[in-house]
Design a protein around this ligand. Structure first.
Ligand code: ZN
Length: 136
């Protein structure tokens, strides 16, 4: 199936914290508040109860599998000692969830629409048009 918004575009928009449907921005009112709907295309971004859990998983994953292995690696090669490792790990655990919050949300939206690209209104319209052409 050919989509109007390709998976590659969804990926790029997710990495750049843009709306997966139209590529518009900002998708955040401020650092901590995602717009309920995209200001440009009205795509529902906060898609109901529990949808935020995906962003939490991304946030947790970025820290646990992205940052902490680097710190532990620095400890094992001897560049930092145990005290510095503990301080940096605690600091990363407390600060990075805040710093990464918008990016984690964007990555979650990207993941969701990469899995279900036909749920984007732009792709649904193309799907409907293709279906109408087939029936004519
Ligand atoms: Zn949009």
């Amino acid at each position: 199936m050919k989509f109007t918004v390709s998976r590659y575009e969804i990926l790029l928009r997710g990495l750049r914290v843009r709306c997966p449907n139209c590529g518009g921005r900002p998708i955040f009112r401020n650092w901590f508040h995602l717009h309920h709907r995209c200001p440009q295309c009205a795509l529902e971004l906060a898609r109901g109860d529990g949808f935020f859990l995906g962003a939490m998983v991304w946030n947790y994953g970025l820290i646990v599998f992205g940052c902490l292995p680097i710190l532990v690696g620095l400890f094992f090669v001897g560049w930092i000692n145990g005290t510095v490792l503990a301080v940096l790990s605690l600091s990363a655990g407390l600060l990075l969830p805040v710093v990464l919050y918008p990016w984690a949300w964007s990555l979650w939206l990207m993941t969701y629409f990469l899995a279900l690209p036909n749920e984007l209104p732009a792709n649904a319209e193309a799907d409907t048009e293709a279906g109408a052409e087939e029936t004519v």
